[in-house]
Every structure is written in C-alpha cells, then in structure tokens.
Design a protein around this ligand. Structure first.
Ligand code: C2E
Ligand code: MG
Ligand code: MG
Ligand code: MG
Length: 289
C-alpha cells in the first residue's frame, strides 16, 4: 500500500481512518451492552506467601468475552470504559462479584480488586464497598483495593478524604504497579497502604547479570517493612525470579510460576479440595491450615 500513489493512496488512508473510528464506536456500543446485560467475568490469580508458599489470597482480574472478538484484555477495554463513563458501573460490579465469591472461600483467604482512579474520585465509592461487604457478609479486612499512583495526580483533599473513608470501612489498600509512575516517597508517607505491589518490570530482568532491579527491589522491600507494609512481587514467571524475590525480602509472590488467573468456579473447586494449584515452585502452593 505504501507504493500506491495519488488518489489510490489517499483513498486507502481515509478508508483506514474511517474504519478505526467505526471500530471504536462499535466497541463502545458493545461495552454498553456488556454493562447492561452482563458480559464480564472475574478471573482470580493466587497471591502466595513467600515464606511458606501458602495462599494468602487472590487478585480479581476482569475479563470481557466480546461477542465477535472473544476474550479481550482489560488493558484494551478499561481505558475505553473510563472514557465513556462506564468504569464506575463496571467497577461496582467487580467489587460486588469479588465479595460474593469470597463469601464461598475459607475466611482466611483475601481478595484484591483493582480500582480505577475515576472510581477513587467517586464520592460514592465507600458506600459501594460497604454495601458489597454487607451483602456478602464478609470481614472488610478480607477485601483489598488496588490503586495506582495516578490517583495522586488529582485533587489532594479529595484523595486524602477518600483514603480516610476507606480505612474507616476497614478494607486493605494496596499500591499497584509501584515503580512505573511517579513513585514519590511522599505518597507512602501520607497514604495508609497495607501493601506495595512491585511492578513486574522490576522482576523481569532482575536475574540478569549487572541488573539494577535487584537493588531497587531490596530498597522497596526494606522501605515497606519499616513502614509496616507487605510487598508483593508481580509477574514472577521463573524459578530464578522466584528465588530472587524471596531472597530480596518480598513478603508475597504473584505470577505464572504459581498460576495464571483462573475462573471463579475453578478457584472454588480447588479451595474445596485443599488447593492443588499447578505450581512449579519449590513446593506446591497449598491452602493454609
Ligand atoms: P494489574 O492490576 O497490574 O494486574 C496484573 C496483570 O499481570 C494481569 O494482567 C495479570 O494477568 C498479569 N500477570 C500476572 N502474572 C503474570 C506473569 O507471571 N507474567 C505476565 N507477563 N503477566 C502476568 P491482566 O489481567 O491483563 O490485567 C491488566 C490490567 O488491567 C491490570 O494490571 C489492571 O491494571 C487492569 N485491570 C484488570 N482488572 C481490572 C478491574 O476489575 N478494574 C480495573 N479498574 N482495572 C482492572
Ligand atoms: Mg492489580
Ligand atoms: Mg500491577
Ligand atoms: Mg497494571
């Protein structure tokens, strides 16, 4: 197509642009339909204690089974949902669904749910969380909300007030993808996080000779420890990475080394059977006694 000159080329490009815009508006329409008629599912990925390799909990990860395209990544459709004002509805559904699922799990197993900065800016969020917890009749401390550093980019007072309200509700708070954004130490000083999730970009390559990632992971874990926060190493895929993040002091590990995100029914069945995850770790991840 690059060799096409004159009118042909112009024609080619304008068609292409049109179809991108059409594709986008079709996706928006399909998203609205999925919100209205229930096209989403939550998958759950185990979060494993680094010390004894028991399951501490799961992270709920949103999946959308698109009628034509099949399973679509949240990295693709969440930004669209944010743009067109659907993220609050989708996020509320995710919080409710995760809480209802947790009610079927052993009481010592937690669940984390990702929360968009737009949800965090919604004054209704504490009420939404309170209602979901009450509906599922679970201990609020079993729910962990994961937020990214981008929540700090907006309104200071609103952000502080939201942190305080959520702590009053009694949920745990995790700082997701730590190290990929602005990572100001000021956030850690003033925000009441229970956990820092170390982004997988630090884990990836940390085992290569000369990598600085290990030194950074060590600093983050010791900082977290002195602030009384847990640390989860995200995206651990290999035995070498597992050994490394364990040695560098991460309290929890999440990644394909233990398990991919699983459908809710599969997690329930496995928890009922004492959890036999497809673990490739030194010992198998197992349900705590
Ligand atoms: P995240 O919260 O940082 O989630 C971790 C992502 O890493 C997930 O991608 C997970 O499937 C993937 N992952 C886990 N272990 C490994 C591994 O060992 N190797 C590799 N390469 N990847 C691994 P996923 O499910 O595609 O989600 C992408 C992002 O979408 C999430 O990143 C989160 O920011 C967002 N997201 C997912 N569910 C929700 C939701 O319910 N609400 C909101 N607002 N955002 C969500
Ligand atoms: Mg997350
Ligand atoms: Mg993350
Ligand atoms: Mg992420």
């Amino acid at each position: 197509a690059a060799k096409d000159g004159g009118r042909g080329r112009h024609h080619f490009y304008s068609n292409d642009l049109l179809s991108a815009a059409e594709e986008r508006s079709k996706l928006e329409e399909d998203l609205r339909d999925a919100v209205a008629h229930g096209g989403f599912e939550l998958y759950y990925q185990p979060v494993v204690n680094a010390q004894d390799e028991t399951i501490a909990g799961f992270e709920a990860l949103l999946r959308w089974n698109h009628p034509q395209r099949g399973w679509m990544s949240p990295a693709k459709f969440i930004p669209i949902a944010e743009d067109i004002g659907l993220i609050n509805a989708i996020g509320e559904w995710a919080i409710r669904t995760a809480c209802d699922n947790m009610a079927r799990w052993p009481e010592n197993i937690r669940c984390a749910v990702n929360v968009s900065p737009l949800q965090f800016a919604n004054p209704q969020l504490p009420a939404i969380v309170t209602n979901a917890i009450a509906h599922a009749r679970i201990d609020p401390a079993r729910l962990e909300l994961e937020i990214t550093e981008s929540v700090f980019l907006s309104d200071d007072e609103g952000t502080d007030a939201m942190f305080a309200s959520l702590k009053r509700v009694g949920v745990r708070l995790a700082l997701d993808d730590f190290g990929t954004g602005y990572s100001s130490l000021g956030y850690l000083k003033k925000a009441p996080f229970d956990k820092i999730k170390i982004d997988q970009s630090f884990v990836r390559g940390a085992t290569e000779p000369g990598s600085r990632n290990g030194a950074l992971i060590t600093s983050i874990t010791s900082l977290a420890k002195s602030l009384g926060m847990d640390t989860t190493a995200e995206g651990v895929e290999t035995m070498d990475e597992l050994e490394l993040v364990h040695n560098l002091g991460c309290s929890h590990v999440q990644g394909y080394i233990y398990s991919k995100p699983l459908p809710g029914d599969e997690v329930f069945d496995q928890l009922s059977n004492g959890l036999q995850l497809d673990a490739k770790g030194p010992r198998s991840a197992r349900a705590p006694r």
